[in-house]
Design a protein around this ligand. Structure first.
Ligand SMILES: Cc1cc2nc3c(=O)[nH]c(=O)nc-3n(C[C@H](O)[C@H](O)[C@H](O)COP(=O)(O)OP(=O)(O)OC[C@H]3O[C@@H](n4cnc5c(N)ncnc54)[C@H](O)[C@@H]3O)c2cc1C
Length: 386
């Protein structure tokens, strides 16, 4: 039995219809990430631009029959993002809108900071970015070297370099994670930045998978950060800093798992639709892959509910992210086998899906890192054995 409430299932059916339109532009976007600018009028892209946007700032408005889902809850995001990623994960992740910055604002943003960001996003489709990963330190938050130097009046000077930041080269605004100069390993803050800030520079990087996301390098050279751009400053000390940041990552992980599931389903459906009737061992293999996708989805939805109930509870989210990426990798690598030798050349979509599945494995931490997190939960008894 589905754990999804009826309004969410209605929204899911609605969003599912848009997947084909995203698919139609998928290979073009894979060849040329700039093609995203030609897709801004697609209903799915318009939805994403308003998706994660609180009511009142929602530029798009609810689609008729889509129910009240704004994508604000983790379960909503997981369900809707899987449908869109089945159409095309590159387009889904490369669309304008609040994206991960919206999740962070929901946890750490003050009303004025939300007004600042959503007000800009309401003017026209704009991209945001979420800059954590660094060239030599990866996304290990305790080892970050990008620095916020206090200037004595509540403002900071921001210096450093970020890498593999999605959409940064096309973003107008975003958030950067940095360590406050002179503090311990965990003295990390998230601050709002604007692409027009002097000292801010972003350029695209060459990539193989999820090319629509336009991963970028970001250089921050003495960017001035006024006090009112520090996220979480209005919250009690226990709710800002690492607590807030960890709970944001816990909320994001089921969505990344859902993107992996969307990619896996796209490959699985492609085989079903293009191979003709499958028989014997091939049919069994195809059905088995379908069951593995369904099982990973059930885990992802459980993980999303757990995070919605308690944002600090991210162990299942790690399990779901690891499992969904494993399934996506397996399905996308086995799908060409249903078409014989040379299938990745003859079926470019299958080739793209296999590359995209590798990209999503690296988003939000690799499988090894998720397994370490899950093991900690098992070891401390904070998560039941599955
Ligand atoms: C499509 C895409 C979009 C992205 N978007 C963003 C974004 O918007 N913003 C952003 O800041 N970053 C983004 N990233 C970067 C991404 O978050 C990081 O690459 C990811 O978190 C992995 O971190 P890392 O590079 O530090 O790799 P690491 O964690 O260092 O891992 C490197 C390798 O070492 C292994 N490993 C690491 N630790 C252990 C361990 N303890 N035991 C065993 N093995 C280990 C890993 O499994 C992996 O194989 C994106 C990446 C991709 C591919």
């Amino acid at each position: 039995m589905s754990i999804l409430p009826e309004p969410l299932r209605t929204a899911q059916r609605h969003v599912r219809r848009w997947a084909d339109e995203l698919r139609a532009g998928a290979l073009e976007l894979d060849r040329d990430p700039e093609a995203v600018h030609r897709s801004l009028d697609l209903p799915a892209v318009r939805f994403l631009a308003g998706h994660l946007t609180p009511p009142g700032w929602d530029r798009v408005g609810p689609e008729p029959g889509s129910g009240p889902a704004h994508g604000l809850a983790t379960l909503e995001r997981a369900v809707l993002c899987e449908e869109l990623a089945r159409g095309d994960a590159g387009m889904m992740l490369g669309a304008p809108g609040p994206s991960m910055t919206g999740v962070l604002l929901g946890v750490l943003g003050s009303p004025a900071q939300r007004e600042r960001v959503y007000g800009r996003l309401a003017e026209r489709p704009r991209w945001t970015c979420f800059a954590l990963t660094e060239p030599d330190r990866g996304s290990a938050i305790g080892e970050m070297t990008t620095t916020l130097t206090p200037l004595g009046d509540g403002s900071y000077r921001l210096d450093g370099e970020k890498r593999y930041v999605g959409n940064a080269a096309r973003a107008d605004l975003g958030v950067v994670f940095a360590r406050v100069a002179g503090t311990e390993r965990l003295g990390v803050l998230a601050v709002l930045v604007d692409a027009a800030d002097p000292g801010y520079r972003a350029e695209p990087l060459p990539t193989l998978g999820l090319r629509g996301v336009q991963l970028s390098r970001l250089v921050l050279d003495g960017v001035h950060v006024p006090a009112d751009r520090v996220l979480g400053a209005h919250l009690p000390p226990t709710r800002r800093g690492m607590w807030g940041i960890v709970s944001v990552f816990n909320r994001l992980r089921p969505t990344v798992a859902a993107v992996a599931l969307g990619i896996a389903r796209a490959a699985h459906d492609y085989v079903g639709e293009n191979r003709g009737e499958l028989r014997g061992a091939e049919r069994d293999a195809h059905e088995e892959l379908g069951r593995r996708i369904d099982a990973a989805r059930r885990l992802t939805h459980r993980a999303a509910l757990a995070v919605d109930r308690r944002p600090s509870d991210g162990y299942l989210a790690s399990a779901a992210k690891a499992r969904a990426c494993q399934v996506a990798e397996e399905v996308t690598l086995r799908a060409p086998g249903f078409f014989g030798p040379g299938a990745r050349l003859d079926h470019p979509l299958l080739d793209k899906l296999a590359r995209d599945a590798r990209g999503v494995e690296f988003m939000e931490g690799t499988r090894n890192v998720q397994k370490l997190n899950l093991f900690q939960g098992l070891h401390t008894g904070k998560v039941d054995r599955l």
